[in-house]
Design a binder for this molecule. Structure first.
Ligand SMILES: [Zn+2]
Length: 261
């Protein structure tokens, strides 16, 4: 553990990592749902967006003083990701996408759109390997291959990474030179596959500085996002990227779960 951390950064506790790893295990096990017709989901008329309160108006949000939350979406891009981007745009909400390198080449337009619309694209490994089972050399190659795919697609460097299943050991950690990001709110969206449940869990468990885990490969998750944005906005939250949430900066090789005060 690094004693130089500010109290705004919370390091992962081993028990949390284990529970998180178990809960995220089934995220990829389910067969991909067939692509459905995706309706436009604009924000409601008159909805006060973050642009109105400062998010996109030029001034960076001060998450040390304001209620900020980072919504994060793993395992994509997928069939519902563009619909999700439409929804986020309707609310001027920023999010972070932890993408699989193996999917990047098939979704170059979607990745470019993420970056253009102010979202953060992070590294979630090439193909969802459990990094704790790999050699240091294999982890390093996996990270670099994925970073390179994101770089090629977007022209930007992924600022952070998230280990699949939240699983890391000392060998993997030593081979990763990006900040590693877990979460403090697990929506268990892969398990419930129910938009109302995903919404309820998110609204109940989010605190200022939370990092919330979703998977945009599930239609029910994408269906939940309008109510999530509406509900959290009513509670006074601003929707920022992971990079923005940790406003004091993040150190390569350090592990973060949230920026709760
Ligand atoms: Zn994942």
């Amino acid at each position: 553990m690094n004693a130089t951390l500010s109290p705004q950064r919370t390091f992962i506790r081993p028990a949390v990592a284990l529970v998180s790893a178990l809960s995220a295990c089934a995220a990829l096990a389910a067969p991909a749902a067939a692509a459905a017709a995706v309706p436009d989901v604009p924000g409601p008329a008159g909805y006060p967006t973050s642009a109105v309160v400062g998010g996109l108006s030029g001034e960076p949000l001060d998450c040390a003083r304001l209620k900020c939350v980072a919504l994060t979406f793993d395992d994509g891009p997928g069939a519902y990701t563009d619909e999700l981007l439409d929804t986020l745009a309707g609310y001027d909400a920023q999010a972070t996408f932890y993408v699989l390198g193996s999917k990047v080449a098939h979704h170059t337009d979607t990745l470019q759109r993420m970056v253009e619309e102010g979202h953060e694209v992070g590294n979630h490994s090439w193909d969802h390997a459990d990094l704790a089972t790999l050699s240091a050399d294999a982890v390093e190659k996996d990270m670099e291959r994925t970073n390179e795919a994101i770089r090629e697609a977007t022209g930007t460097e992924p600022a952070t990474m998230r280990p699949p299943y939240g699983s890391l050991d000392d060998t993997a950690r030593s081979a990763i030179d990006q900040p590693m990001v877990l979460w403090d709110v697990d929506t268990l969206d892969w398990q419930s596959r129910d938009a109302d449940t995903v919404t309820d869990v998110t609204l109940d468990e989010t605190a200022p500085g939370s990092v919330v885990l979703f998977h945009d490969i599930h239609e029910s998750t994408v269906e939940a996002v309008p109510a999530v944005l509406k509900g959290l906005h009513r509670q006074g939250y601003h929707f920022v990227t992971v990079d923005e949430l940790f406003s004091d900066g993040m150190e390569p090789g350090d592990l973060y779960t949230d920026a709760r005060l």
